[in-house]
Design a protein around this ligand. Structure first.
Ligand code: 2P0
Length: 350
């Protein structure tokens, strides 16, 4: 019987990120260590974000998780890997300072929700794991910086590590087998290039595609072209794309972004059995964006596609009307368009 009992709480929001240099392939499946470095743009949380609140108390006997209002199992290996790492870091603090409450011994109650419907056709695992890991690191008052914490989010979902920063973000693949150096780093903050916009063209809401995790495994195991991509193409492109961001050179950035999307979908096609993510609407969007750039005499818009047919088109704000009215054909087969922009990293909530 306790006459007083404290419930400790923390909350955060975390953003969605869309890769411009794609992560595709793992060299270690349980640690989510990638076969190549990747780059992404963080999108505004005004439009897309996950909000996660966590609570712990001496009276909480087990860890519990609610996602979008539904209780879910906490026992997935990925979630467990994140919680184990966070608790371990909290134990280190408690061992150094015995006056700290022993939060590491107590159950965690985790409540997480997205402000966008799954019907937006966007994978939410990146924002979800980023928010989970940041919320608990705040609850535990961990001193580690965002890059350090990103290594924990990475174990939840590879792409999640990139949602720990706003603006323009790289995931450095690292060279170590234990993953100690495979983490997210900021390439440039939002204010460096604030007029970057993204139009998400939702072509399909359904989730019938090959899941990323198993698709990557098939590609790594069977595609010959993939070896060329990770050894010869991506290392050079990684440096060039970072430079194009530092230079705010949209033509260069856009060219590399489109080439990398096509390279990723090529290694999917080169896998056995082949993996198809683009559909006829996706291919039409690709043609129309190239036609627009041709007509402008320079690259002002750049498409990229993930593990599904939805397009994300990057452009600078001043070109918005040109991109959106390029050709009304672009709307055919598109169920909705979400206009958003480069955004901040995880945010405290009151
Ligand atoms: C990316 N994608 O860089 C790439 C491009 C999809 C295509 O990261 O297995 O959900 O959880 O590490 O992060 C999707 O893969 O995979 C992804 P796991 P994840 O955004």
């Amino acid at each position: 019987y306790m006459d007083t009992m404290t419930v400790y709480t923390a909350s955060t929001t975390a953003p969605v990120n869309i890769a411009t240099l794609k992560y595709w392939g793992k060299r270690d499946k349980s640690l989510n260590l990638p076969t190549n470095s990747s780059i992404s743009v963080t999108l505004s949380q005004n439009d897309l974000r996950t909000l996660t609140s966590v609570a712990t108390s001496e009276s909480f006997t087990e860890d519990k998780l609610w996602l979008n209002g539904k209780q879910e199992s906490i026992n997935s290996p990925r979630t467990k890997a994140c919680l184990d790492d966070l608790k371990k870091l909290r134990v280190e603090l408690e061992e150094k300072d015995s006056s700290l409450p022993k939060l590491s011994q107590w159950g965690l109650h985790i409540v997480s929700e997205n402000n966008f419907p799954t019907a937006a056709g966007l994978a939410s695992s990146a924002a979800g794991f980023a928010a989970l890991v940041v919320a608990i690191s705040k609850l535990y008052k961990l001193p580690q910086d965002m890059s350090e914490i990103s290594k924990i989010a990475r174990k939840g979902s590879g792409s999640a590590c990139r949602s720990l920063f706003g603006g323009y973000v790289a995931w450095d693949m690292g060279v170590k087998d234990n993953g100690e150096d495979s983490k997210a780093i900021e390439v440039a903050p939002i204010n460096h290039w604030p007029n970057m916009k993204a139009a998400i063209l939702v072509v399909s809401d359904d989730k019938k595609d090959t899941p990323s995790t198993s698709g990557m495994q098939t590609t790594v195991a069977t595609s010959d072209l993939f070896q060329w991509r990770i050894k010869e193409v991506v290392p050079k492109r990684y440096e060039e794309m970072k430079q194009s961001i530092l230079d705010k050179d949209f033509a260069k950035f856009g060219d590399l972004t489109m080439k990398d999307s096509n390279s990723f979908h090529s290694v999917c096609l080169d896998s056995s059995p082949p993996i198809f993510y683009l559909n006829d609407t996706s291919k039409k969007i690709i043609k129309l964006i190239h036609a627009l750039n041709e007509q402008e005499g320079k690259i002002i818009a750049a498409y990229t596609f993930d593990a599904g047919p939805n397009a994300v088109v990057y452009y600078e704000e001043e070109n918005e009307s040109k991109v959106l009215v390029t050709d009304p054909e672009i709307y055919k087969g598109v169920s909705r368009i979400i206009l958003t922009k480069v955004g901040d990293g995880p945010q405290d909530t009151e």
